[in-house]
Ligand binder design. Structure first.
Ligand code: SAH
Ligand code: SF4
Ligand code: F3S
Length: 436
């Protein structure tokens, strides 16, 4: 049976799609390998959100060209496959096939073309992905990867923020029916998932035959055995009080909200096509803070968007300095050809974008550290990710707030999903403690 090498770039959406592709290949009898040299089929699931993401993908495709056996097949999937469909043939002519994010229905037929028999009885053993990290204690990365699971609730996005490539690569918004979502969540929980993340580019735009996101949260939240429920990403235009009220009701929802602001200047927000003002954003989070005290609010920020002035940038910096966010993902603007922002004038110089990014980043690190300091002396419940990648003598995991926690490895907690950790140190990246 053919063996498959699968590498994923990009966001959780891509991770969820990779999981779906892996299941399809597995059900046809394929096995998986971590070494491209031995694979019969290589799949690279790609991202195109910023130039850096594309550069990394093309770099990897170049490496795979020389690593793979000449007769093995190379499939490129994901957002870059869609975006660079017309140029991939000249940029990476050794790629054998492309499938964009809306074409995974054609995956099995492609495998059949490549000689994978599709008429065998489906196999019913659970998917086994390779793990290079089998450890002496018998625990391996596989054991932990099952604890968290991603479930898509929408496909595509039609917000067309002026900087963003996603609506072009993933197409228009579609909501998945609640029964299908619930049955996937149940299946994941049966297979050992403790934390489920409901995924969509804008989960607040979920709508299926009159059922909205708040309704869906209540339904999924009541599934038995589900310990931690969370969701990504919310859009400030569509996020509303009804969602906050549902979050306050659902018992097992994790205390965190990711609500990307992008900028704290109304002029910039308007140029981005974000459909809200700073005042509206602040009003929404004021209600959120009032109803859900103690939650972590995280955000995305773009620095150096075209037309952003020093004054605009200062407004964003000031909002971050005030400790508005517990954590932020901060990006330098990256022009994406074909999007309206790429041709807006004036563009901010790349050097200046970077300077602004670093200033916002350092303000956020201070804020994150202050947030983490509040946990010193407390015992937190951590969902384990297993032995730390950086230091196998340590264990790592995440709290409900999504804060990273590290503690010394011990046999007792090696196989536990949830571990109680008494916190004694706080850093901007997270917390250190001892098993309680
Ligand atoms: N759908 C989500 C996430 C989209 S991509 C949302 O609307 O928030 C994740 C983040 O990447 C975005 O929130 C934005 O901050 C950043 N991003 C998207 N396009 C970008 C670009 N061209 N340059 C820099 N950052 C970008
Ligand atoms: Fe991109 Fe905006 Fe859609 Fe998010 S909401 S995926 S930033 S277009
Ligand atoms: Fe995700 Fe990258 Fe596509 S962030 S939606 S994989 S462009």
């Amino acid at each position: 049976m053919p063996s498959v090498y699968l590498q994923t770039f990009g966001c959780q959406m891509n991770a969820a799609d990779s999981n779906g592709l892996a299941h399809q290949a597995w059900s046809l009898g394929c096995s998986f390998t971590e070494t491209p040299e031995t694979a019969d089929i290589l799949i690279v699931n790609t991202c195109a959100i910023r130039e850096k993401a594309e550069t990394r993908v093309y770099g990897r495709l170049g490496q795979l060209k020389s690593l793979k056996r000449p007769e093995s097949k190379l499939l490129v999937t994901g957002c870059l496959a869609e975006k660079d469909r017309a140029v991939m043939r000249s940029k990476a002519p050794w790629v054998d096939a492309l499938l964009g994010p809306r074409e995974y229905g054609a995956f099995k037929a492609l495998l059949a073309d490549w000689g994978v028999p599709t008429d065998l009885p489906p196999r019913d053993t659970p998917l086994q992905m390779p793990s290079s990290e089998t450890l002496d204690g018998g625990a391996d990365a596989l054991e932990y990867s099952h604890l968290r699971s991603l479930v898509s609730i929408t496909r595509g996005c039609e917000k067309f923020c002026t900087y963003c490539i996603v609506p072009y690569t993933r197409g228009p918004l579609e909501s998945i029916g609640p029964e299908e979502i619930e049955s996937q969540v149940r299946r994941e929980v049966r297979c050992g998932a403790k934390e489920i993340t409901l995924l969509g580019q804008n989960v607040n735009s979920y709508l299926y035959e009159g059922l909205n996101f708040a309704d869906l949260l209540r339904r999924v939240g009541s599934i038995e055995g589900l310990e931690r429920l969370t969701f990504l990403t919310s859009h400030p235009h569509d996020f509303n009080r009804e969602v906050v009220d549902a979050l306050a009701e659902v018992q097992n929802v994790a205390p965190r909200l990711h609500l990307p602001i992008q900028s704290a200047s109304n002029e910039v927000l308007q140029a981005m096509g974000r459909l809200y003002t700073v005042e509206e954003y602040l009003e929404k989070i004021a209600y959120f803070r009032e109803r859900l005290p103690g939650w972590a609010l995280t955000t995305d920020i773009i620095c150096g968007f075209p037309t952003e002035t020093e004054h605009d940038f200062e407004a964003t910096l000031e909002l971050v300095r005030r400790g508005t966010f517990e954590y932020a993902f901060i990006f330098a603007y990256s022009p994406r050809s074909g999007t309206p922002a790429a041709t807006m004038t004036p563009q901010v110089e790349p050097q200046e974008r970077l300077r602004r990014l670093q200033a916002v980043n350092s303000a956020q690190l201070d804020s994150s550290r202050r947030f983490h300091e509040r946990f010193i002396g407390e015992t937190v419940r951590v969902l384990s990710s297993g032995p730390s990648k950086k230091d196998a003598a340590k264990m790592a995991g995440k709290t409900g707030h999504n804060v990273t926690v590290v503690w010394p490895r011990d046999e007792r907690t090696l196989h536990q999903a949830f571990v109680d950790v008494a916190i004694d140190q706080a850093h901007s990246w997270g917390l250190i403690g001892q098993v309680a």
